[in-house]
Ligand binder design. Structure first.
Ligand code: NAG
Length: 195
């Protein structure tokens, strides 16, 4: 009976080593997120793609259902390609990037500043401070989940403009409408651009 127990203990020790290896080193993980956000702030899609895994997955309030890979990366490709229309600027403070040693995630704060096309010729200036949580695998960003520091209604009030924004920011229809409109625009971009 001794041997199987020892073998089981060895297996258990091996298993815990494997799961411990899933948590990246803090400095590697922070460097990977810094690379990713630097590429984004430089509006450099090739560098952003190179800083992410092929199955990179993005999620936020406006884009909750993107598939991993070309759809999630494609959203960044669209934002970066559209920069001449939206005047998008992405800024972040590298000193605010923190590593969570209990679950291996990385949190960063960045600000997306752009003109949102609300239709009917109405372009509205949006300043959206975002808290982003990332996972990193082998030095590459694998997942990003964003939350808007002002909440979705804080975003919508700016994006929908001074007349409609205050009226519609808390409407139950606004979030689904923005999600469907965003998915449609992204779909059109993906149809007309290869990743
Ligand atoms: C770190 O991760 C754990 C587990 O997900 C979570 O409970 C904790 O709140 C996180 N710490 C910080 C500072 O975010």
């Amino acid at each position: 009976m001794m041997f199987p127990r020892a073998a089981a203990l060895a297996l258990f020790a091996g298993a815990s080593l494997v799961s411990a290896a899933v948590i990246p080193r803090a400095d590697d993980a922070v460097a990977a997120v810094t690379n990713f956000l630097t590429a984004y702030s430089n509006m450099d899609y090739d560098a952003l793609k190179a800083a992410a895994t092929p199955d990179f997955h993005f999620q936020d309030q406006a884009f909750p259902k993107l598939h991993p890979g070309s759809m999630s990366l494609g959203m960044f490709h669209w934002f970066i390609s559209d920069q001449s229309n939206t005047n998008m600027k992405v800024t972040f403070d590298p000193s605010t990037i923190t590593f969570n040693s209990s679950d291996g995630t990385i949190t960063a704060h960045y600000v997306a500043d752009y003109d949102f096309d609300a239709g009917f010729g109405s372009k509205n200036h949006v300043v959206n401070p975002i808290t982003a949580t990332y996972t990193v695998v082998d030095g590459l960003v694998k997942d990003e989940k964003d939350t808007y520091d002002l909440g979705f209604s804080g975003w919508a009030e700016q994006a929908l403009g001074p007349t409609l924004g205050p009226l519609l920011k808390d409407s139950a229809a606004t979030l689904p409408f923005i999600q469907v409109a965003g998915a449609g625009k992204l779909g059109l971009f993906l149809l007309t651009h290869s990743s």
